[in-house]
Design a protein around this ligand. Structure first.
Ligand code: FES
Length: 104
């Protein structure tokens, strides 16, 4: 049974923008966006070092970290510069207009 928490509503998500939402029990805000009608939710902390990705350049599903400019694909969580680095992704479930993620 997954540990599922509500993150936001669909109306709070912006196409082409990364929005951070505080979630109880999660240290860094959960980062949410919509890409090609799919809602993507990931951690907002860079897997390289503890830098927030919310201030990074974002385009077409790829965020560029403001720390050292590594690019991270939000669809896969993969770092395009270092295959060992993986951005945490969350499984998203829509319940009406509410966006929920599985923490575990
Ligand atoms: S802290 Fe993000 S690339 Fe180094």
């Amino acid at each position: 049974m997954p540990l599922r928490v509500k993150v936001c509503t669909v109306a709070e998500i912006r196409d082409g923008e990364l929005v951070g939402f505080a979630v109880p029990g999660v240290t860094w805000p959960v980062m949410v966006t919509r890409l090609d009608d799919e809602i993507l939710a990931t951690s907002s902390v860079c897997p390289h070092e503890d830098v927030s990705l919310l201030g990074g350049l974002y385009e077409s599903g790829v965020v560029t970290c403001p720390g050292h400019a590594y690019e991270l694909d939000l669809r896969t969580g993969r770092c395009l510069h270092d295959a060992r680095l993986q951005l945490r992704r969350y499984k998203v479930t829509l319940v009406g207009d509410d966006v929920w993620i599985d923490l575990l």
